[in-house]
Design a protein around this ligand. Structure first.
Ligand code: BDR
Ligand code: CA
Length: 318
C-alpha cells in the first residue's frame, strides 16, 4: 500500500501532540509532506515551538514545519491553556527545539504543495482552529479543491459543546474560518465531539503506552496523564449516570481515520456554523435530512471504535 500524502495543520496542544506523535510514528503509512501550525490552544509561537519539539522527540526532522496565522480571521485569539497547560504541553518541559520552522509561511506552503501535486492526492488533516485553511480557500479556492480530502476535528451535535454549552473549541475559536471551510466545496470529514468523546485514554491504556518506553510513547503517556488529571468541572462526561473514564482523544482520531477508516462510521450531512450569535457562537448545525439540508457539504463521524484508535497508538509508538 502506498503511503498517504498528508499535511497536518495543528495547534499543539496536548492532544495535538498525541496526534503528531502518531503521524510521525506511522512513517510507513503516511508520507508527511509538512506540518503547519496555527494559533489556538496556546499562541502561535508556542504551537510552532511545540510542533518542532515533538518532531525532534520523534526523530522526524525530515518533515518541514511552517508557521501560519497568529490570530483568527476577525476575532481575538481564545487560548485554551486551562486544558493544555501554560506552554501547551501539559507539565512537559517545553525546551527550545534544536531546529525551528521553515521561513515560508503555512498558507504559501499549502498553496505551493497542493498546486504541484497531482489533483486528488493530498489529504489535509486539521486539528486546530481552521484559520490557515480558510486563508488557503480565500486565496486559492480552486487549489483547495484539488485536495483529496480535509479531515478535521471540530464541532458537536449530540454532545453539545466543550468550550461553551453549545460549541466545540476549534469551531468556537474561529467560526468564520469554519464557515468558509464547510462552504468551500472540498471533500470534508468532520470529527466532532460526538465521535471523539467515544475515544478515551483510560488509565489502563496510558499504562500500556507508557510500558512501550520509547521517547514518543513517554511523551504521549505524559500528555494523556495530564489530561486525565484535569479538574472534573472542565471535563464534560455527558452522561452523569455513566461517567466516562479518561479524557477524550480528540485530535488523534483524525490521524487514526487516515490509518484505519474502517474504525469509524460516517454520515453525509450539511454543516452550518453559527457566526452571528454571542450565546451560541461556533455552534455547528449538523443536518442529515437531504430534503431539509439541500446540498450535503461534509461527512459527520457518527461512531468510533476506541480500541482501534488505541491499538494504532500502541503500534506506531512502539
Ligand atoms: C479540540 O480543542 C482543542 O483544545 C483540542 O486540541 C482539540 O483540537 C477539542 O475541542
Ligand atoms: Ca487541537
Amino acid at each position: 500500500m502506498n503511503p498517504i500524502p498528508l499535511i497536518l495543520d495543528c495547534d499543539p496542544g496536548v492532544d495535538d501532540a498525541v496526534a503528531l506523535a502518531l503521524a510521525f510514528g506511522a512513517r510507513e503509512r503516511l508520507e508527511l509532506l509538512g506540518i503547519t501550525t496555527t494559533a489556538g490552544n496556546v499562541d502561535l509561537a508556542k504551537t510552532t515551538r511545540n510542533a518542532c519539539l515533538i518532531r525532534q522527540i520523534m526523530g522526524r526532522e525530515d518533515v518541514p514545519i511552517h508557521a501560519g496565522l497568529a490570530k483568527p480571521l476577525s476575532r481575538d485569539p481564545i487560548i485554551a491553556d486551562d486544558f493544555h497547560g501554560p506552554e501547551g504541553l501539559g507539565d512537559y518541559p517545553a525546551s527550545p527545539p534544536s531546529l525551528g520552522p521553515q521561513s515560508t509561511d503555512a498558507v504559501s506552503f499549502l498553496i505551493q504543495t497542493i498546486e504541484t501535486a497531482p489533483a486528488n492526492t493530498i489529504s489535509l488533516a486539521v486539528t486546530g482552529p481552521l484559520t490557515n485553511i480558510a486563508c488557503l480557500i480565500q486565496q486559492a479556492p480552486a487549489t483547495a479543491r484539488r485536495l483529496r480530502q480535509i479531515v478535521l476535528m471540530g464541532g458537536a451535535r449530540r454532545e453539545g459543546g466543550n468550550i461553551t454549552a453549545s460549541a466545540e473549541y476549534n469551531i468556537y475559536a474561529d467560526p468564520e474560518a469554519a464557515d468558509i471551510t464547510f462552504n468551500s466545496g472540498c471533500n470534508i470529514v468532520a470529527f466532532g465531539l460526538d465521535a471523539t468523546h467515544q475515544v478515551r485514554g483510560t488509565p489502563a491504556w496510558v499504562e500500556a503506552i507508557a510500558r512501550l518506553d520509547t521517547p514518543g510513547a513517554k511523551l504521549v503517556a505524559e500528555m494523556l496523564a495530564f489530561s486525565n488529571a484535569l479538574p472534573a468541572n472542565l471535563m464534560d462526561t455527558s452522561d452523569p449516570d455513566q461517567p466516562a473514564t479518561g479524557a477524550p482523544l480528540h485530535d488523534p482520531c483524525v490521524i487514526a481515520y487516515l490509518l484505519a477508516p474502517e474504525a469509524f462510521s460516517l454520515r453525509p450531512c450539511r454543516i452550518e456554523v453559527e457566526t452571528t450569535s454571542t450565546l451560541t457562537r461556533g455552534h455547528t448545525a449538523v443536518e442529515f435530512r437531504k430534503a431539509v439540508a439541500g446540498e450535503f457539504n461534509a461527512n459527520w463521524v457518527w461512531k468510533a471504535n476506541p480500541e482501534a484508535v488505541l491499538s494504532l497508538l500502541l503500534r506506531y509508538l512502539a
